[in-house]
Design a protein. Structure first.
Length: 316
């Protein structure tokens, strides 16, 4: 987790490419509800944002701190973290807006934030990004970071709010979730601590007990990916892969980083290109890695179907 500080606003990544993007014609809207002093119009404190609409969020962050949650449907830790972030956002009752970004559908936002892995959570204050954390973190830490976010926002004069319509207790907005099975809970605890090896062991034990545990299978694939990319430097890895295009391990590392950053087609394309020119022994390794990544993304994903078709044509 990266501590939020006012100094982090200086030297932040450049988001200028996402400003004033053309948007689709909007549907007529009714007049916004009456707003008090310092309030800004927003449909909800939790909004889904696209490459086209992100400019509006940047402008909103000049008045209200915005938390950006970069996620993907295939990302197991995202599904654990996102509900916590949404819950804590709603508890702020309009003092914070949560912008949810599907990195697969909105690659330009992910690229602008230089997202190397997800979940990745970034704050926007006055149009400038401030790191919050990468990876799944427990609810207590999320609350601490949100508290610091509001302090930094106040230091920078961003103290507005949006209308909040939730009159009932925030905790009642969502049904209480069933507790995780013991080995799944152990894996999640290990993920929170960054101990991916222990998380892998927990998921493998869960699958040994129940080979049909799809959640454990999905979690195992995701945490194996996180374990492989942990500590990797993107620029160094890309340079090594470019210098040795036939090095299977070097290409695997780039593909892992691409996948972790939401660049699924790039990861598949790299490995398929490598497979096309590899010797029989290397082909076996590449095919096994591709199958593992296919399972991670999910067989119903059209990118998986396309990559499988190409793999089949290369096999025969």
């Amino acid at each position: 987790m990266t501590e939020i500080s006012a100094a982090a606003l200086r030297g932040a990544v450049d988001l200028s490419s996402l400003r004033n993007r053309p948007t689709a014609p909007s549907q007529p809207q009714s007049a916004p509800a009456a707003q008090g002093e310092g309030e800004q119009a927003a449909p909800d404190v939790v909004v889904d944002v696209t490459d086209q609409s992100f400019g509006e969020i940047l402008e909103l962050s000049r008045s209200v701190p915005v938390v950006v949650d970069l996620w993907a449907e295939w990302c197991g830790p995202c599904k654990q973290l996102s509900p916590i972030i949404e819950k804590v956002t709603r508890e702020q009752r309009g003092r914070v807006v949560l912008a949810k970004v599907d990195v697969d559908a909105n690659p330009q936002i992910a690229q602008a934030f230089r997202a190397q892995s997800i979940p990745m959570v970034v704050a926007l204050i006055g149009g400038q990004p401030v790191p919050m954390f990468t990876g799944a973190v427990p609810e207590e830490q999320v609350r601490e970071v949100f508290s610091r976010l509001l302090e930094v926002a106040a230091q920078n004069g961003v103290t507005g709010s949006v209308p909040f319509g939730g009159a009932d207790d925030v905790a009642s907005d969502e049904p209480e979730q069933a507790p995780l099975p013991p080995l799944h809970a152990e894996a999640f605890e290990a993920i929170e601590a960054g101990d991916y090896a222990r998380a892998i062991t927990a998921y493998e034990r869960a699958l040994a007990e129940n080979p049909r545990d799809d959640d454990a299978k999905a979690g195992l694939g995701q945490v194996r990916l996180l374990h492989r990319v942990q500590g990797l430097d993107l620029q160094q890895v890309r340079a090594a892969a470019a210098a040795a295009p036939g090095d299977v391990d070097a290409q695997f590392q780039v593909a892992d980083l691409d996948l972790a950053g939401g660049h699924v087609d790039d990861a598949f394309g790299r490995l398929l290109d490598l497979f096309a020119t590899a010797d029989p022994e290397a082909r076996t390794r590449i095919r096994e890695r591709l199958v593992e990544l296919f399972e991670l993304i999910g067989p119903a994903d059209p990118r998986v179907a396309s990559a499988r078709t190409r793999l089949t044509s290369l096999l025969f």
